[in-house]
Design a protein around this ligand. Structure first.
Ligand SMILES: [Mg+2]
Length: 306
C-alpha cells in the first residue's frame, strides 16, 4: 500500500508528460529534477522544499538562525543525494507579524552561513506577508553529465548502506536536549559524502533520509523495482530502534553499491560512519524486510489520515 503522500504525487506525475526533446531527463519522483542543457558537460539539479511554521519548526522552540539553517539544509540534502554540488539557491518567504525584522535577520543569518559553507549563493527570491510563516527554497546544483545518483539505479545483489546513526532527529524533537536536539536543529547535508559515494564507490542508487528509513527505503526499492532485506540500522545514542526506523529528518544518505565494491566501502568518511544494513533482492517492488519480517512504511507522511 502506497502512502497518501506518494499516491498524491503519483497522481500528479501521471498528468505530466515530458516531451521527447525536453532537456528534463529526470522529472517528478527523485530527490531532484535533472536538466541536461544541450552540449553541456554538466547536468543541472533542481529541488524545492518548504519550511512551514508548526509543520517543520516551532517559533517557541526553534531559534531563527536554526530555522534558516534547516530551510536550506533540506534542499542541500537532496543535492547531496544526487552526488551533486550546489550552485545557488532562491528563497521565498511569507512572514507573519510576529516575525519582526530581528527574527528575519536571524533566519537569514543561519541560512547564509550554511549557504556559504556549501557554496550555494543566494541568488534571488521573494518576500510577502501572511498569517503563518512559510519559506520555499529552490536549490540548483550540478553533477557531471549522466552521473546523477538516482533512486532507480539499484540492482539485485547491491549492498544497502546508510551514513551516520539514525533516530537522532526524532529523539531531539522529543527531548529538546543534548546532541540529539542540536542534530535536529541543524542537520548537516552530506554533500562531500554524496560525491564520494558517486565518484569513488560507484554507488548505483541514493536518496536522503528525510521521512524515515522505513518509508524512504521503500521509495528507493519501488523506484528500482526490487525488494530490500535489512537488519537493524545503526541507532543514534539514546534513540530507540523505532525512532531509527521511522523517525524523519535525519538527512543521512541511504545508498546502494555493487557487491563487487562492498569491500571498498570505508567504515567512515570524514568522521561519518558508513554502515551496511542489507541487500537489494528480486521480489515485490518496494517490499522491505527487517530481520526477515516485513517492515511497514511508518515514516513521516504529510497526508496520512489518522
Ligand atoms: Mg530527498
Amino acid at each position: 500500500m502506497a502512502g497518501r503522500e506518494d499516491t498524491l504525487l503519483n497522481q500528479i506525475r501521471a498528468r505530466v508528460s515530458i516531451p521527447r526533446n525536453s532537456e528534463i531527463v529526470v522529472g517528478i519522483g527523485d530527490d531532484c529534477a535533472v536538466l541536461r542543457p544541450r552540449g553541456a558537460r554538466e547536468d543541472l539539479l533542481f529541488t524545492t522544499d518548504q519550511l512551514i511554521e508548526n509543520v517543520h519548526f516551532r517559533r517557541d522552540t526553534h531559534p531563527a538562525p536554526a530555522a534558516g539553517h534547516k530551510a536550506l539544509a533540506r534542499g542541500l540534502s537532496d543535492i547531496a543525494a544526487m552526488g551533486g554540488k550546489p550552485k545557488f539557491c532562491l528563497v521565498s518567504l511569507a512572514a507573519p507579524k510576529w516575525a519582526d525584522s530581528r527574527w528575519i535577520s536571524g533566519f537569514y543569518r543561519g541560512l547564509l552561513r550554511l549557504a556559504g559553507q556549501a557554496g550555494a549563493v543566494l541568488a534571488g527570491g521573494d518576500l510577502a506577508r501572511s498569517k503563518q510563516f512559510s519559506c520555499d527554497i529552490v536549490v540548483c546544483g550540478g553533477v557531471p553529465r549522466g552521473r546523477a545518483l538516482l533512486r532507480s539505479g539499484a540492482r539485485a545483489g547491491d549492498c544497502i548502506y546508510v551514513s551516520g546513526r539514525l533516530g537522532g532527529s526524532a529523539l531531539g524533537l522529543k527531548t529538546q536536549a543534548g546532541r540529539a536536539w542540536r542534530v535536529h536543529l541543524r542537520p548537516s547535508p552530506r554533500l562531500a559524502l554524496g560525491r564520494f559515494i558517486s565518484e569513488q564507490l560507484h554507488a548505483t542508487a541514493a536518496m536522503d533520509l528525510s521521512d524515515g528509513l522505513s518509508i524512504d527505503l521503500r521509495r528507493l526499492a519501488i523506484a528500482s523495482s526490487l525488494a530490500a532485506e535489512i537488519v537493524n540500522p545503526p541507532v543514534f545514542r539514546g534513540a530507540s530502534l523505532e525512532q531509527a526506523l521511522h523517525g524523519g529528518e535525519d538527512y543521512e544518505l541511504l545508498f546502494t553499491v555493487p557487491a563487487i565494491m562492498d569491500a571498498r566501502v570505508p567504515a567512515s568518511h570524514q568522521g561519518i560512519p558508513l554502515t551496511k544494513i542489507g541487500v537489494m533482492r528480486r521480489g515485490p517492488a518496494g517490499a522491505v524486510f527487517l530481520n526477515t519480517r516485513r517492515l511497514a512504511p511508518l515514516g513521516y507522511d504529510h497526508f496520512r489520515q489518522s
